[in-house]
Ligand binder design. Structure first.
Ligand code: CU
Length: 153
């Protein structure tokens, strides 16, 4: 009986929280970027690079569906996955971010793959990334270029 009462109370609290969220007009998501960086090219001939963004959503769930940058001819969303014991990079169509949730890209996980670099990425420089979300639209971010192993060093 006591457990039942607690469950009902929890359900009511959740419902109230949902109503309050709706009432506060949090229908659109807003994106707060906490961290953005890229890795320096290991050689001047490097044609690909990787960038990582950590962000928080304020509001409803959203999906990161595309990324572009003036630093490369193409940019895409990738995930590093362990496939049969081998680390592989897999292109992903979109990355879902839960309501009021976080997306943390990092080496060995989600990353932004830069393909066809217009110039080698130099430590200390910055590149601009445009993140396109289904609901929040375009979000521009400056990513600082760290060392060749930025994110794991
Ligand atoms: Cu990749």
């Amino acid at each position: 009986m006591r457990k039942f009462v607690i469950e009902v109370a929890a359900a009511i609290a959740l419902t109230l929280a949902a109503i309050l969220t709706l009432a506060s007009g949090a229908s659109a998501s807003s994106v707060m970027v906490m961290k953005a960086y890229a890795r320096a090219s290991a050689t001047p001939a490097a044609e690909t690079g990787a960038a990582y963004v950590s962000l928080m959503l304020h509001g409803e769930a959203d999906r990161l569906v595309a990324v572009s940058t003036p630093a490369a001819k193409m940019a895409g969303l990738h995930e590093s996955r362990l496939v049969d014991g081998v680390m592989k990079m897999v292109p992903v169509d979109a990355i879902a971010v839960p309501a009021n949730g976080m997306l943390e890209m990092k080496p060995g996980g989600y990353h932004i793959m830069l393909m066809g670099l217009n110039a080698p990425l130099k430590q200390g420089d910055e590149i601009e990334l445009t993140l396109t979300f289904e609901k929040a639209g375009d979000v521009k971010v400056k990513a600082k270029i760290g060392g060749v192993a930025a994110g794991t060093d």
